[in-house]
Every structure is written in structure tokens, then in C-alpha cells.
Design a protein around this ligand. Structure first.
Ligand code: GRF
Length: 230
């Protein structure tokens, strides 16, 4: 059984999709061990508490120092014996050492077809505004691994598309992406990754350690800024 920690910042509709899929068995071999929010008082926390899930708030107001904030996140993930981290609408910077510690075990959902419309500054409605400004005929969502190389640069796991219509606004596009593809995509990608992690089993611990020490080196090479995810 893989312990999943979900990192959130807002409404938590993707969290809800994951919770529903764990409850009805579409995500087999996984359970939600922790919901970690970058903000207090958000609806994602109410959803989690209502379902009796463990929650923690680690905010930048409380942790002004990015390094200490990363340590607090790592401690919370470790206490929950996290096997997979999902950033689902997590609107904060993730320190590189957190990404390194969970290399291959951390996935993010981004509301566009990466590698287009990803990276620094592409979050929230800005993503959808950029899609409209570029005159794209379609957009969609991407689930990808979070790596230590850059922002939204990790290996793509799954993508799904929706059409862009002539009268779309950033708001209508955001709603279409979220409701028509994101929720199904995060469930399917999570089910796949959980299945793979569960199948890897304890025998693969050595491989996991190698992956982790590789990313420690990448972290040391890579500077201090960490990866914002969206
Ligand atoms: C979604 O578009 C997600 O991709 C983005 O934030 C939006 C809201 O997500 N990162 P949620 O309702 O909080 O899951």
C-alpha cells in the first residue's frame, strides 16, 4: 500500500477527485496519508477534514525562510511515511531539496499541454490567457514527474486535450480544462504511478536509493531556488 501525500493551496477539486477514486477503488494500492496545504482556511482542507484525513498547513507566513519551510515539508511528508507526493493545485514554490528527496515519487498536474505554456509565470489564469493569446486550437492538461532541473520540466506521464473556442475567455477555458480533463487525468495518472510503485516493492529500494543520490548531486549543482509548480 502506497501512502499518498497531496499538496494543495485552494479549492481542492483535484484532491476531491483523488479522494473519490481511492474510496471507490479506481486508485488501488494507495491511500491518502496526508493533505498538506500552503494556506490555512482553504476549501481543500475542509474537504480533507470532512473525510477524516490528516492535514497540515505549512505556509510562507509561518516559515519565512525557504530552507526551514522545506525542512518542515520534508518532516511532515516523512512522518506520513509518504511513498508518493501529488501536487494538485499547489501554488507555492517547492524547494529543490524536496523535489530531490522525492525524485520519481512526486507528480504534478499542470493545466496546459506541456512543454507549451509551462515554466516560470505560467500559473492560474495566466496559463489560459497565454493559450488564447497564442491562438491555439486546443489545450488540455498534463501530469508529469516533478524534477530538479526546472519548472514543469519533468517527464510527462499523461496528457489529455480539449478544444479552444473562438469566444473563450481565460475563465471558460480554465473551467473546461478542469472539469473535462484534469480530474480524470489526475486519477488515471495516480492509479498508474501507484501501481508501478507498489509493483516495484522492497526489492527496488536499491534503485530508488541510486535515483535519490543522483538527484542529490543535481541539487548540489543546481542552485537554490526550487521549483514553483502549478
Ligand atoms: C487547477 O487548474 C490545477 O491544475 C491548478 O489549480 C487549479 C485548481 O485546482 N494547479 P484545485 O481545484 O485546487 O484542485
Amino acid at each position: 500500500m502506497i501512502n499518498i501525500s497531496v499538496m494543495v493551496s485552494g479549492g481542492g477539486s483535484n484532491l476531491q477527485a483523488i479522494m473519490d477514486a481511492v474510496a471507490d477503488g479506481r486508485i488501488a494500492d494507495g491511500r491518502i496519508a496526508l493533505v498538506l496545504s500552503s494556506r490555512d482556511g482553504v476549501y481543500a482542507l475542509s474537504r480533507a477534514q470532512r473525510a477524516g484525513l490528516k492535514t497540515v498547513v505549512i505556509s510562507k507566513e509561518e516559515y519565512k525562510d525557504a530552507d526551514k519551510k522545506a525542512d518542515a515539508i520534508l518532516a511532515a511528508l516523512s512522518k506520513a511515511e509518504t511513498g508518493l507526493v501529488i501536487t494538485a493545485g499547489y501554488m507555492s514554490v517547492i524547494h529543490e531539496k524536496v523535489c530531490a528527496a522525492y525524485a520519481g515519487r512526486m507528480i504534478n498536474i499542470h493545466p496546459a499541454l506541456l512543454p507549451k505554456f509551462g515554466g516560470l509565470g505560467y500559473y492560474g489564469l495566466r496559463v489560459h490567457r497565454a493559450v488564447l493569446e497564442a491562438g491555439e486550437a486546443e489545450t488540455g492538461a498534463t501530469v508529469h514527474y516533478v524534477d530538479t532541473e526546472g519548472i514543469d520540466t519533468g517527464e510527462i506521464i499523461m496528457q489529455r486535450t480539449v478544444p479552444v473556442f473562438a469566444d473563450d475567455t481565460p475563465e471558460t477555458l480554465q473551467k473546461r480544462v478542469l472539469e473535462e480533463v484534469e480530474h480524470d487525468l489526475i486519477v488515471e495518472a495516480t492509479a498508474l504511478v501507484v501501481r508501478e510503485l507498489a509493483a516495484a516493492g522492497p526489492g527496488d529500494e536499491a534503485a530508488k536509493r541510486i535515483a535519490r543520490s543522483d538527484s542529490d548531486e543535481a541539487f548540489e549543482r543546481g542552485g537554490e531556488n526550487g521549483n514553483p509548480v502549478e
